[in-house]
Design a protein around this ligand. Sequence first.
Ligand SMILES: Cc1cc2nc3c(=O)[nH]c(=O)nc-3n(C[C@H](O)[C@H](O)[C@H](O)COP(=O)(O)OP(=O)(O)OC[C@H]3O[C@@H](n4cnc5c(N)ncnc54)[C@H](O)[C@@H]3O)c2cc1C
Length: 298
Amino acid sequence: MKAAPLLRAWLHRLRTQGLRVHVRHRRLGWDEENRLRFESPDGERRIRARATVLALGGASWPQLGSDGRWQALLRDAGIADASLRPANCGFEVAWSAHLRERFSGAPIKPVALTYEDTRRQGESVLGEYGIEGSLVYAFSARLRDAIARAGSATFTLDLLPALDAARVRREVLRPRGTRSWSSHLKTRLGIDGAKAALLRELLPKEDFDDPARIAAALKALPLTVTAPRPIAEAIGSAGGVRLEGLDAQVMLRDRPGVFCCGEMLDWEAPTGGYLLQATMASGRVAGMGTARHLDGPS
Ligand SMILES: Cc1cc2nc3c(=O)[nH]c(=O)nc-3n(C[C@H](O)[C@H](O)[C@H](O)COP(=O)(O)OP(=O)(O)OC[C@H]3O[C@@H](n4cnc5c(N)ncnc54)[C@H](O)[C@@H]3O)c2cc1C
């Protein structure tokens, strides 16, 4: 099934089992009598609940509803959380006007990224503000944390991941005749378009006098990123309700009967289905915990 019919079928099944959905209700917090407060089209509503499952999401793409404002409400109630940070996000690079104007949106592929001791091959995309794409997202937690510690992070890009360094060096060193470097690299190694522009952008001009340096740069071009893009543009959020504050059923230790699940919990994962998987899995644990709680003494 495609996502939309699946969701419709799912909601239908839940409604026939007694689920009632109250749209346009924003949860505000608890009142002094421990009732749930909601902002609704008919004004504020207060509800006493034997069990509550909070599944309020992170703070990425707030236009879809999850804006992370629950953090303040939970903090007011004394529930500890780690601040929400962008996860699976792009990073800022101070590109020249030429690269920004001519190559923004251009994919760089195939390419391999090496950061510290990890190398991965994939695809990234040049953005107006920097670099993004699935390959960069895979390193985004480490890059974000390194930037928080040191102000920037540097990784290298292998623009020719299918060729070993010796072969690249051999091709670069072949006689170039009267050809320009760009035409030589294009003919011998297929380096053109965005890859050629990236090489020009990042390799110091004087290094173009030294074929060995060009060859080395093609296999390990250093790129420094200076900031993650804002959380509103990220695919996900790191941070959230601390796991230490939850029991094995994801119930808040300090608030019996209140369960938390999904992206509002303090975990992060790469894209590729893992976020939905962990969200559903924690939702299932919360559901079973809630059922057990309701079966217990009231
Ligand atoms: C562009 C994009 C692409 C993605 N692609 C993938 C992918 O390919 N694979 C993958 O695994 N994951 C992907 N994700 C991540 C995935 O969508 C999330 O991890 C997942 O939706 C989190 O589920 P959740 O139920 O915890 O939160 P959400 O889906 O964010 O749902 C939280 C809900 O709570 C509501 N809410 C928030 N505060 C309140 C309040 N105070 N009162 C009432 N309601 C409130 C929000 O309106 C929202 O409906 C993607 C995310 C984005 C933004």
